[in-house]
Design a protein around this ligand. Structure first.
Ligand SMILES: NC(=O)c1ccc[n+]([C@@H]2O[C@H](COP(=O)([O-])OP(=O)(O)OC[C@H]3O[C@@H](n4cnc5c(N)ncnc54)[C@H](O)[C@@H]3O)[C@@H](O)[C@H]2O)c1
Length: 445
């Protein structure tokens, strides 16, 4: 039987041993449940000066039925601090003054969200400094959070305050259980923001395409998108036809056997989605492979196959998928922490996944994409519990699992939840973003 560190240190003798040795004990994370409240407790909302975003959030979250606290005297489940009016480093004292006592009373699996204005949107040097300081504070607080808590930063551009709610909802909820120390930028929405009738079915009426859907993270993405209301076209290679059909049948979607590297993959996907489902709104480029070797031992075949599946196929398919997809859609790409931090033995993979980030940022600004009102974002998973990671040798696997602020691996579900949020029509103000789903892995930026 495989050794499970998390289970061991949370049971009987393991717990005593962990306490005696000061070993990390992972907390069971709070994950999304349909019908459950956004938070199990009150949210403290405060800010610096006039704090316009705090004012908006107090109103919208109270309307949601959340108890809004204005002082940290009682235990709270989340703290939101609006620092959009911060102008000089001295103003950071407001944030310390709010967070320091609040963190003492924050409930397990609590949330810290700091809101500021984007660094690049000011020409004032001191203001730029303080804006970036907020990020430093959030990343450090993330490392000080206990009991499964997370800390994240939202930069909201001037004029986009009304659009911040979708991101705050995501960060407060169990959907973001494994997202910590991330920076989300909210700007003018691309296309029309549509709030769902039911926040438990934010993708109702949508058609989504998910590549690599036969297993692992792709299967979880297909399941979450279907759970949230979408009809899902599940795409994978013919060799994975059996499990692919099982996933599609389980979620009431359709299966399409296509190798994403085929020249006509985009056409086949678009044709299938149009003829069976009348079109498509969401594309998730998840299919990916690894062919790990040190660069000195990487031949042209290992190099080319990884770049072809993980990057070139996406560029090629988008040429057909973008014009064919419905206006107001969403494209989400799956990158990796290896594309941000780099990884020994994964130069080819790191090249492909960093390329995915470059492509995402560029495509989000593309005139055709903007004219069609499509958002383009990427997730970068860290250590995720899949068949692939279960085969990593014990010591390396436990290091991968534990070297993050939540002291545990993430689940395919966690990656899927972030992709689901990127696909909401209520979330049109987030585009060109890369969000790591890594529990604040100690690897890379
Ligand atoms: N598991 C992790 O910890 C992790 C971490 C970071 C990033 N990722 C990324 O997440 C994505 C999914 O990873 P996973 O762990 O679920 O991998 P996996 O190997 O379990 O699943 C990948 C799926 O993609 C399919 N696929 C591969 N080549 C294809 C092709 N040419 N055409 C169509 N389908 C193809 C496979 O058949 C498989 O079903 C990948 O892009 C991977 O790089 C995973």
């Amino acid at each position: 039987m495989a050794f499970d560190y998390g289970k061991f240190v949370n049971s009987g003798v393991g717990k005593q041993l962990a306490n005696a040795l000061g070993l990390p004990r992972p907390t069971k994370l709070r994950r999304y449940k349909a019908g459950a409240p956004l938070l199990n407790g009150a949210v403290l909302i405060d800010g610096h000066g006039e704090a316009p975003v705090a004012a908006l959030l107090k109103e919208s979250l109270a309307a949601e039925g959340l108890q809004v606290a204005t002082s940290p005297s009682t235990s709270v489940a989340a703290v939101i601090v609006d620092m959009t009016r911060a102008q000089t480093p001295a103003d950071l004292e407001t944030l310390r003054g709010i967070l320091s006592p609040a963190l003492k009373t924050l409930a397990p699996t609590g949330r810290v969200i700091v809101v500021g204005r984007p660094v690049e949107d000011t020409d004032d040097v001191a203001e730029a400094a303080v804006r970036r300081s907020l990020e430093g504070i959030v990343r450090s607080v993330g490392k000080e959070m206990r009991h499964g808590g997370t800390a994240n930063m939202v930069y909201v551009a001037e004029g986009a305050d009304e659009s911040v709610e979708a991101s705050v909802r995501f960060l407060l909820s169990g959907r973001s259980a494994y997202v910590s120390a991330q920076v989300i930028t909210v700007r003018e929405p691309v296309g029309t923001v549509v709030e769902p009738q039911d926040w438990d079915a934010p993708l109702e009426g949508k058609v989504a395409v998910v590549t690599g859907a036969a297993r692992g993270i792709g299967a979880a993405i297909a399941e979450v998108l279907a759970r949230d209301g979408a009809v899902v076209v599940c795409v994978d290679i013919p060799a994975a036809g059996g499990p692919l059909a099982e996933v599609a049948n389980r979620i009431g979607g359709s299966a399409l056997q296509v190798d994403v590297t085929a020249d006509d993959a985009g056409e086949k996907i678009a044709e299938h989605a149009k003829s069976l489902h009348g079109g498509f709104d969401i594309v998730v480029h998840n299919a990916g492979i690894t062919r790990d070797k040190l660069l000195v031992n990487t031949d042209a075949d290992r190099w080319g196959s990884v770049l072809n599946v993980n990057l070139l196929s996406i560029l090629r398919m988008n040429e057909t998928l973008v014009p064919a997809m419905n206006d107001g859609g969403h494209i989400v790409c799956v990158s990796s922490i290896a594309g941000i931090a780099g990884n020994r033995g994964q130069v080819n993979y790191g090249a492909s996944k960093a390329g995915v980030i470059g492509m995402t940022k560029s495509l989000a600004r593309d005139p055709e994409i903007l004219a069609k009102g499509i958002t383009v974002n990427a997730v970068a998973p860290g250590f995720i519990e899949t068949e692939m990671t279960s085969k990593i040798p014990l010591a390396t696997r436990e290091v991968g699992r534990l070297t993050n602020s939540l002291s545990q691996g993430g689940l395919p579900l966690d990656v899927a939840e972030t992709i689901g949020w990127f696909s909401w029509d209520a979330n049109r103000a987030v585009t060109g973003n890369v969000v790591r789903v890594c529990g604040q892995m100690m690897l890379g930026a």
